[in-house]
Design a protein around this ligand. Structure first.
Ligand code: NAP
Length: 244
């Protein structure tokens, strides 16, 4: 029996880890991408195995086009009969500052990972999806990419760009049963929001709490499933009612 494979970028921690576990529960073999945190990536792999699936670690920096292409090519050569039918472009960082103080390196790094990373990872995976007439591209955007957040012009630009790319690509590939959607979380309890004033921020959230990675993973699981086949080119918010 051929196996179904899903690649989750930034699968070592936070939302990415929860997505790995959810997709494993759905029967996918999981390719867990990460950039530096081997211990955390190994913990995700253990959780994937506990969910009854196999997985493997794929270490590469999504912002590095050559590294990414090499990693995907090596996997493809080792699995000539199979293809990656689900990709979750989840790797991301934030480097917040107001624009007057923002350094060029922080502007570039955030765009390099979220936006150029989307290109680097997705481009080589598309042709096999089109050939097999089934694929799912799910991009982790953010409320910042919809409404823009002060102190995050870099991050908002990266996520806004990702949303526009989602809409464009969806129209290119819809005929071949490949859907492309974005998920736009509000505040989700992960390492990324450490240091934020949760007590103050949750007052702005109608649900009066931050979300969990598992709640985001449920949405990603639905978008990955065949049941979501008529949803494409969309941005689905998951934010406890935070106005966007
Ligand atoms: P997180 O806990 O900080 O985890 C970030 C993940 O991205 C880690 O697995 C990290 O790998 C990986 N990563 C970072 N740079 C990478 C690179 N260059 N190449 C490959 N992997 C890289 O973040 P999170 O909160 O789960 O966020 C996941 C996604 O959701 C991000 O795109 C973020 O922008 C988005 N998001 C989060 C929130 C939120 O409130 N948490 C809200 C909206 C959107 P290592 O472990 O190796 O460092």
């Amino acid at each position: 029996m051929t196996m179904k494979y899903a690649l989750v970028t930034g699968g070592s921690r936070g939302i990415g880890r929860a997505v790995c576990v959810k997709l494993a529960q759905m029967g996918y073999r999981i390719l867990i991408n990460f950039v530096s945190n081997t211990e955390e990536a190994e913990q995700t792999l253990r959780l994937v195995r506990e969910a009854g699936q196999e997985g493997e670690l794929l270490r590469f920096d999504v912002s590095d086009a050559e590294q990414t292409r090499e990693a995907i090519e090596a996997w493809t050569q080792a699995h000539p009969e199979e293809y990656i039918e689900v990709v979750v472009n989840n790797a991301g960082i934030r480097r917040d500052d107001i624009m007057v103080f923002m350094e060029e390196k922080d502007w570039r790094r955030v765009l390099d990972i979220s936006l150029n990373g989307f290109y680097n990872v997705t481009q080589p995976l598309l042709q096999p999806m089109l050939t097999h007439k089934f694929g799912r591209v799910i991009n982790m955007a953010s409320v910042s990419g919809i409404k823009g957040m002060p102190g995050q012009t870099n991050y908002s630009a990266a996520k806004g760009g990702l949303i526009a790319a989602t809409k464009a690509l969806a129209q290119e590939v819809a005929r071949k049963n490949v859907t492309v959607n974005a998920v736009a979380p509000g505040f989700i309890k992960t390492d990324m929001v450490e240091g934020l004033d949760e007590a103050a921020l949750k007052k702005q959230i109608p649900a009066n709490r931050f979300g969990t990675p598992e709640e985001v993973a449920e949405l990603v699981g639905f978008l990955a499933s065949p049941a979501s086949g008529y949803i494409t080119g969309n941005v689905i918010s998951i934010n406890g009612g935070l106005y966007t």
